[in-house]
Ligand binder design. Structure first.
Ligand SMILES: Nc1nc2c(c(=O)[nH]1)N[C@H]1C(S)=C(S)[C@@H](COP(=O)(O)O)O[C@H]1N2
Ligand SMILES: [Mo]
Length: 394
């Protein structure tokens, strides 16, 4: 190992055609966890099940540590607030589905080497906090403002660039009401947990995860477009490394299925009994309401409409869907796809870019429906014979 940052922090790269998941990707995957897909049954993800993505370290902020948020730059009244000052502003609670822009990355070919998400980088929470626009009104944003830059307390090095985690929103988004951007202090009725940004984070309903800056300590209004690493190097849709690329912003439509039946421990292939099987899951889009969810039981050759749950008045959160499928013995590939009111839908072929961002390829769920005499209950209710030691070895 050399003695420069670049020696420990290599440029972004694609995996070779048959390259397996590396130790570096495994290390990321053990820190950053996804939502176990069976917990899609919960309308609001219970604590600890919501996905987590943290680029560097989770800052240690013991209870009652003073926390200061500064608001400066192109404002007439710079602010310096602690959490008590922040609580003096009106608070609202919004149910928001968050999804990492890299969701689906590990399924791409070639695979961008980074956090190797399959499809589970999603979660829904009730976030409580102060509308950002109220704070910015108090600070009085100057007329020449272009971007609002948010800085987290976490620090690291990425692709050779040492940095605080920092992202910007256009000033019209930061001061707008659709979506209502939040400075959140609460998650599901409790203070933010450490991994989700304790004690203060940004919530930008409808936008991919990278915009929701955790451990927020500073807001700076600037009069030129922000060009920090997480804005102009990372989170761009590009085919070639030298492309300027397009910014990643709002969440593309996606539907996921609660994997039906029961899983094989290692392959996670699902096993279902013959007969009616209720397929259910949730669908969302950060751009427009989901208007159609379709299910396929033949890998996407034919589709049936699923029933969507009634609208419960949470425009930024996923909505449930269900469909009854009659399983016949054999191997099947289930699939589900969402379409939103803007006409955006999910592709059957991978939408590839170098970062693997905003990938909303349809989910495919291989299912085995065994012939009736096989796998129909052995060891299910106490079992009918000794389980071999080997099958318990985990
Ligand atoms: N300060 C800071 N904020 C951050 C990140 C980070 O690494 N540091 N990761 C971002 C990314 S890429 C995602 S997907 C979301 C994940 O939010 P969660 O861990 O609360 O689900 O946080 C975003 N906010
Ligand atoms: Mo992310």
């Amino acid at each position: 190992m050399g003695h420069r940052l670049a020696d420990v922090s290599a440029p972004a790269r694609l995996a070779a055609p048959d390259e397996g998941i590396g130790r570096d990707e495994l290390a990321l995957a053990t820190r950053n966890h996804g939502l176990p897909l069976e917990t899609l049954r919960h309308e609001v993800s219970p604590p600890g099940l919501h996905y987590v993505l943290t680029h560097y370290d989770i800052p240690y902020v013991p209870p009652d540590t003073p926390w200061t948020l500064t608001v400066g730059g192109r404002v007439r009244r710079p602010l310096r607030l602690d959490l008590t000052d922040l609580r003096a502003f009106p608070q609202i609670t919004t149910r928001v589905t968050l999804e990492c822009a890299g969701n689906g990355r590990a399924l791409l070919s070639p695979r961008p080497v980074s956090q190797p998400w399959l499809v589970e980088a999603v979660g829904t929470a009730e976030w409580t906090g102060v509308p950002l626009r109220l704070l910015l009104a108090e600070a009085a944003v100057e007329a020449d403002a272009v971007d609002v830059v948010f800085t987290g307390a976490d620090h690291g090095v990425e692709r050779g660039v040492e940095q605080d985690y920092r992202r910007a929103l256009p000033v019209d988004v930061a001061t707008g009401t659709d979506p209502e951007v939040l400075l959140a202090v609460g998650m599901n009725g409790a203070p933010l947990p450490p991994q989700h940004g304790h004690p203060l984070r940004l919530i930008v309903p409808g936008w991919y995860g990278m915009a929701h800056v955790k451990w927020l300590r500073d807001i700076t209004v600037v009069d030129t477009p922000f060009t920090g690493f997480q804005q102009s190097v990372a989170y761009r849709l590009r085919q070639d490394p030298q492309d300027a690329g397009e910014a990643v912003t709002r969440i593309a439509p996606r539907a996921l299925m609660v994997p039906p039946g029961f899983p094989d421990f290692m392959s996670r292939t699902r096993v279902v009994r013959p007969g009616p099987v209720v397929l259910e899951g949730r669908a969302w889009s950060g751009r427009a309401p989901v208007t159609r969810v379709e299910v396929s039981a033949d890998g996407g050759a034919t589709w049936r409409d699923a029933d969507q749950e009634p609208d419960t008045g949470h425009p930024w959160a996923w909505r449930g869907w269900r469909h009854t499928w009659t399983a016949a013995p054999g191997a099947h590939v289930l699939a589900v796809r969402a379409t939103d009111a803007g006409g955006a839908t999910q592709p059957m072929e991978q939408p590839w870019n170098r970062g693997g961002f905003a990938n909303n390829l349809v989910q495919r769920v291989p299912v085995l429906c065994p012939e009736p005499e096989e796998g129909d209950g052995r060891d299910r209710e106490g079992g009918d014979g000794p389980v071999e030691a080997e099958s318990r070895d985990h």
